[in-house]
Ligand binder design. Structure first.
Ligand SMILES: [Zn+2]
Ligand SMILES: [Zn+2]
Length: 77
């Protein structure tokens, strides 16, 4: 049985999942998934000094709308 979107299923709609939320692990459809890009960074020690490198390609991170909202509510300094 193919994975279904959990949030749609809660609303009584049958939608195939296109992604998995990395936080809660449930399947989500396009509409209920949020994609964020995380920067890939390194600190390279050349011996003479350290260089902070940010690479051009980013790491995608898929969250469901519920987990996205949970992260978004956090206070930021
Ligand atoms: Zn959905
Ligand atoms: Zn989630």
């Amino acid at each position: 049985m193919p994975l279904k979107c959990y949030i749609c299923a809660k609303e009584g709609v049958d939608t195939p999942a296109v992604a998995i939320c990395i936080v809660c692990g449930m399947g989500v459809c396009m509409e209920h998934s949020k994609r964020e890009e995380l920067p890939v960074e390194d600190v390279v020690d050349w011996g003479l000094g350290k260089e902070k490198v940010t690479y051009p390609k980013t790491l995608p991170r898929i969250l469901c709308t519920w987990c996205f909202a949970a992260f978004a509510q956090r206070k930021k300094p």
